[in-house]
Write a protein that binds this ligand. Structure first.
Ligand code: PMP
Length: 373
């Protein structure tokens, strides 16, 4: 044992941790990982890992209630909304949303701001009539169409938006004034800044960026949208049934919910989503300021549409991409490769990325550009 009580192997593992800029699964807060490690074999003296406990046990039911309570508190979610802990990722919600909500007119509006909103719209087309209210596709998804240009259908069953596009690095917070329920894919922005849930009919998010490990999908849905859909809908996809049965229509992702509950506690300890927002804005501004002032790097996104979470950039010489990635990895800066559809680089700066990670990245970028320019 070391003087501080830490076993050498744990200390070594901690010292070896790198800054991981992956778009997801992403870095988790270190105190959360340490707590998981410390109670992994024997959860609260029960003689079993939390992974080995029945989802019907008092412990797990209590954990689900605690996680829901914390999330409600963090985002001020009123009792008008159900909170669901589901599986299948955000991708399954691309189908679940139209299957549950395209019920009256059979029509839905989609705003296209990047690759993920495109995927969501394409999936919805399989289930009903999809109309594109506005799109920045032709310009390469570098901006968000101005509200005045959105052609919204007042009879749509819902309007779907993706407030943060993980691949293109585009983010926005404005919404039209509408009575049509707004559905948002918040996979890569939830809990990164304050959010007024009451503006939305439904919010969904895969967990593996700001919430916890992969395997969990959050759905926050206004209760008046929970009316039972057609009986042909698979039970697991029915929001009304999942809400009635506390997300336990089948065996839920217990470990992921347990870990998410720890992440929620960590966010509380940071000062909640307001503090996260301040930190995230600071980290992003620092990196954008560096990129904008260095001729070797370029971020293509319009300044007022730039994401705080995912920052794509290209090098002045594409032929240096492989060298850049190899040297970054050697400097313990991981997963900076951009998505294959857009190329270049991307730094994802979710909640758990410390400012020291951004500083280390900037130092590396500076050094690389000086040596190569
Ligand atoms: N939507 C967005 C905005 C995403 O970033 C992702 C994953 N990166 C998805 C949907 C798909 O999520 P999943 O892999 O959990 O289905």
């Amino acid at each position: 044992m070391q003087p501080d009580g830490e076993v050498p192997v744990v200390q070594a593992a901690r010292e070896a941790r790198a800054f991981n800029f992956c778009s997801g699964p992403a870095m988790l807060p270190e105190p959360v990982l340490q707590q998981i490690q410390s109670e992994f074999l024997n959860y609260r003296g029960l003689g079993a890992s939390v992974m080995e406990l029945s989802h019907r046990s008092d412990t797990l039911v209590g954990l689900f209630e605690e996680a829901e309570h914390r999330l409600r508190h963090l985002l001020s979610i009123s009792s008008d909304y159900a909170v669901l802990f589901l599986q299948g990722g955000a991708t399954l919600q691309f189908s679940a949303v139209p299957l549950n909500l395209m019920k009256v007119s059979g029509q839905a509006d989609y705003l296209l701001t990047g690759a993920w909103s495109e995927k969501a719209a394409n999936e919805a087309k399989r289930f009903g009539e999809v109309s594109i209210v506005a799109s920045d596709a032709e310009a390469g998804y570098r901006n968000v169409p101005a509200l005045e240009t959105w052609r919204c259908n007042p009879n749509a069953d819902y309007l779907h938006v993706t407030p943060n596009e993980t691949i293109h690095g585009v983010e926005f917070t404005f919404l039209p004034d509408t009575t049509v329920p707004v559905v948002a894919d918040m996979s890569s922005t939830i809990l990164s800044r304050p959010l007024d849930v009451s503006r939305f009919g439904l919010i969904y998010a895969g967990a593996q960026k700001n919430v916890g490990p992969v395997g969990l999908t959050l759905v926050i849905v206004r209760r008046d949208l929970l009316k039972a859909p057609e009986l042909s809908l698979p039970s697991l996809l029915r929001y009304d049934l999942q809400a009635q049965q506390a997300s336990m229509v089948n065996t839920p992702p217990t470990f992921s919910v347990y870990a998410a509950n720890l992440v929620f506690q960590w966010i509380e300890a940071q000062g909640g989503v307001e503090a996260m927002g301040r930190q995230n804005q600071g980290k992003a501004q620092k990196l954008y300021a560096f990129l904008d002032n260095n001729d070797f790097y370029h971020n293509p996104v319009a300044v007022n549409a730039r994401s705080w979470m995912n920052i794509p950039f290209v090098l002045a010489e594409e032929r240096l991409n492989q060298t850049f990635l190899r040297e970054a990895e050697a400097a313990r800066l991981l997963n900076l490769k951009g998505h294959r559809s857009v190329g270049g680089m991307r730094a994802s700066l979710y909640n758990a990325m410390p400012e020291a990670g951004v500083d280390a990245l900037i130092d590396f970028l500076q050094d690389f550009s000086q040596r190569r320019a």
